[in-house]
Design a protein around this ligand. Structure first.
Ligand code: KG4
Ligand code: ZN
Length: 346
């Protein structure tokens, strides 16, 4: 079965063609067209601009993916599209494109939750097209998923496939959002996550002295809630005190911020592992591109002897492969009339 995946929830227009057979899969095409350069001057994603760009790019990328993969329209057997959470004007562009295609081709249309996509992304071992069919990585249930993205920070227990229970989430900013906001304070370009990460790594390599201290918000709270807005405010106060920071001070702040965020996330995950039976640990979302956070999860999983599933490089951020993969797991029942849901939860 060939599934076309469509993702337009934020600032990436993404399409993919995924072939599945007897539980194995083969990537026929995978395109992620980022709008980051256009949004950078706004310091974040500007929804109406994202909508305009998706509308412009979807038909172009669709033609391209068919041509590059040698797949004809008639070979597409189902269409999977993100319907939330995300920016509603952006989500609608993908949904309307998918609905038109589905009715023209007479193929079923499956609405997909973007966060479920970030969970299943870790089951694929690469993001580029390949010729041979591969096995999906296995999840042993019950599993625990930690989702770290620009809009979400969640710890999710997974009883079995598709049975999700959110155990804890952020009460204010998402972790990626905090990275982006702190980066902006340091005059670093959007998206700030990779920029902060680079500075932090440099600070560790050069042994820059740790003079700036930041809080570890809610690390001792007895629940699995996160809060990152206080951390952002703490950075603001540090900057107020020191005035224009030197490069060394920026490195110190970046490393201390990354350490603070990592310690909180790891500590909460540890509590979740202690309080729940966990046979597989999954981490997903754009922030898991961060090397320091990745290594910390690897250590945690090893210490607790729990298999860890992390998305391959190219699959941490938003992409359509993860959407198509979720689409292949769903029944092709009648989802007629579904809509974009900006706040859709798991
Ligand atoms: O999952 P994602 O691509 O989009 C959403 O669904 O939100 O996540 C994007 C977020 C951004 O906030 C970005 O700054 C962050 O992921 N990010 C990182 C890194 N790479 C991307 N954060 C920390 N370190 C990174 N290396
Ligand atoms: Zn995402």
């Amino acid at each position: 079965m060939i599934t076309l995946g469509i993702e337009t929830s934020c600032d990436e227009t993404a399409l993919c063609l995924l072939e599945s057979k007897d539980g194995k899969y083969r990537i026929l095409g995978n395109i992620v067209h980022s709008q980051i350069d256009l949004h950078r001057e706004f310091g974040g994603v500007f929804p109406m601009l994202a909508k305009r760009e998706h509308i412009k790019n979807l038909p172009i990328l669709y033609e391209k993916i068919l041509k590059d993969s040698g797949v004809s329209e008639g070979m597409i057997e189902r269409i999977a599209v993100t319907h939330g959470p995300g920016l509603e004007p952006a989500l609608w562009t993908g949904i309307l494109f998918a609905k038109e295609l589905s009715s023209r081709l007479g193929r079923p249309l499956i609405p997909v939750n973007h966060m479920e996509g970030h969970i299943l992304a870790s089951l694929l071992s690469q993001s580029n097209p390949h010729n041979d069919f591969k096995e999906l990585k296995k999840i042993e249930f019950p599993a625990l998923a930690v989702l770290l993205s620009g809009g979400h920070t969640e710890i999710v227990s997974i009883e079995e496939m598709e049975k999700y229970k959110v155990l804890g989430s952020t009460v204010d900013d998402a972790v990626g959002e905090a990275f982006d906001k702190v980066a902006r304070m340091l005059n670093l370009p959007y998206p700030g996550g990779p920029e902060i990460s680079k500075l932090a790594e440099q600070a560790r390599k050069e042994n820059v002295k740790n003079e700036i201290k930041l809080p570890r918000p809610m690390i001792h709270s007895k629940d699995l809630k996160f809060s990152f807005s206080g951390l952002k405010t703490a950075v603001l106060y540090v900057l107020k005190n020191i005035g224009e920071p030197t490069l060394e001070q920026k490195m110190d702040i970046a490393r201390e911020f990354e350490d603070a965020v990592t310690e909180v996330i790891i500590s909460k995950t540890k509590s979740a592992i202690e309080d729940n039976e966990v046979r597989t640990l999954i981490v997903g979302g754009g922030v898991i591109a961060n090397a320091h956070i990745r290594e910390s999860f690897e250590r945690l999983a090893e210490e607790n002897s729990i298999p860890l599933l992390l998305p391959a490089s190219g699959l941490t951020g938003d992409n359509a492969l993860m959407i198509a993969l979720v689409g292949t797991q769903k029944p092709s029942s009648d989802y007629e009339g579904f809509r974009a849901l900006g706040n859709l939860s798991l």
